[in-house]
Design a protein around this ligand. Sequence first.
Ligand SMILES: O=C[C@H](O)COP(=O)(O)O
Length: 241
Amino acid sequence: MKLIAGNWKMNKTPSQTREYITKFLELVRDVKNTEILLCPPFTSLCVAGEMLKDSHIKLGAQNCHYEEKGAFTGEISLSMLKELGVSYVIVGHSERRWLFGETDEMINKKVIACLEKGLRPILCVGEKIEDRNAGMTLKVVESQLKLGLSGLEDLAGKIDIAYEPIWAIGTGTPATPEDAQFVHRFIKEFLGDVRVLYGGSVSPKNAKDFLSMPDVDGLLVGTASLDPESFAQIVKASEGE
Ligand SMILES: O=C[C@H](O)COP(=O)(O)O
């Protein structure tokens, strides 16, 4: 089944979350053939978890810490997330890698911790514009996969990968569906049977073009997931695929 995930990033207070989910639940009530995931900020997980608990919409976190507990000021553990109903965690998003210095080693620890706790990581990979211009896209993606998944085997059904070319994120300039397909194929050849999502300026207008590619197994949506109507349209674009 395809996965359509909304990453709200640092947007929406708990009351705005409540308002969004009230509308969104109604809009996607009849969706049956698509897995839907909402990833609000930590401060909205509690209200979202309560509202989504008897629904077909899953709840994800945007980050986690790999340690179980302890003196890690400002961090959030997987047990804390699990108790709120979280079943997915976005790991290694490019904004965490490049704005907050998250390394492949930290990302690897987070992926391992998620799997040990029974939470499903969505590992994000993707190249910068300089890498793309230098023809290094596949090398960069391969290295992020190797390091991020170091020591792990048999990942089918336990993890999803999100291919998010950094130059396409929040810019209104997505990759072409063919470019995405090319990298997704490579990821599947490298890792075996995993779902690969595309992320980067996905909108209700282009969602179907991506989803019609044979190796695009879902979408990780930022900006267009902030409005319940536009996110519902993207979810519905996946229903027929
Ligand atoms: O996690 C989502 C991505 O970073 C994509 O963001 P965007 O849809 O605003 O380009």
